[in-house]
Ligand binder design. Structure first.
Ligand SMILES: [Zn+2]
Length: 255
């Protein structure tokens, strides 16, 4: 039992480190910047951050959320992203141990966090990130469950992509304006590969359910605010993975 607590904590720390890296990925990939050069710097005074200013959570807390050189406020966003990744990694291990589900949950959590960063800041989900996670999920299926499973879920990915594309056409016709971004449609390919057909459909339903109250609040605050939908889709898929919401019973029920 103690080993489980210990490994959950280790996964939390791994999550913090990865979360710190996902911040960099989400900010830089949409702009076509390198992930390694230059190192992180203060956006205000361009002061290059030293290693002790880059420790997840701690640097932010010790420096009181400010740049050590110029005192400019650091957005709590970075801190929240690190903490979220830490919690999701720890939860994935706590729920599944080291297993196929654990790997799936880690991949979906990682993708979710990167999409929060890129989609809320630029309204963009970079294609290369979606492609990367889709390929890794299919590789995981190939390694753990064999080639048949990988090919099957590749097909589910295509199916989910097509369904979302049709939903976009329908939405555009109904609202006479662009309803879904291309990034959201490609995202469904990943979700199909990760969770299969019924759970993909359910993730579309669940994500609108989660996003609706928030969009109403934002709509009344400012009529022309744009809410990125990608994070909600991935959050829904993640909830389905973490809580094993399996809708395949629908299939049996209909048959
Ligand atoms: Zn500074």
């Amino acid at each position: 039992m103690e080993i489980k607590y210990y490994l959950t904590f280790v996964m939390f720390v791994f999550g913090l480190i990865f979360g710190s890296f996902f911040n960099v990925v989400g900010w830089r990939i949409p702009k076509g910047l390198s992930l390694v050069r230059p190192g992180s710097f203060c956006p205000k005074c361009k002061h290059q951050l030293k290693w002790y200013e880059l420790i997840p959570l701690f640097s932010y807390l010790i420096q009181g959320g400010k740049c050590r050189k110029c005192g400019a406020k650091i957005a709590p966003f970075y801190f929240i992203i690190e903490l979220t990744t830490g919690i999701l990694f720890a939860l994935s291990y706590w729920l599944f141990g080291f297993s196929f589900e654990f790997a799936l949950a880690i991949l979906a959590s990682s993708f979710f966090v990167i999409v929060i960063v890129s989609d809320t800041n630029y309204l963009v989900i970079p294609d290369e990130v979606t492609l990367f996670f889709s390929i890794v999920v299919l590789l995981l299926r190939f390694i753990c469950n064999g080639v048949k499973d990988a090919l099957l879920f590749f097909g589910y990915g295509l199916g989910a992509f097509i369904v979302m594309y049709l939903l976009m056409l329908l939405g555009n016709a109904l609202f006479k304006k662009e309803s879904l971004g291309g990034g959201d449609i490609k995202l469904m390919f990943f979700i199909g590969c990760a969770v299969g057909p019924w759970s993909s459909l359910f993730s579309i339903f669940l994500s609108s359910f989660i996003a609706l109250p928030l969009s109403l609040v934002l709509y009344f605050k400012s009529k022309d605010s744009v809410i990125p939908y990608g994070p909600f889709l991935l959050l829904a898929a993640l909830i389905i993975i973490l809580f094993r919401l399996d809708l395949s019973f629908l299939l049996k029920f209909c048959a």
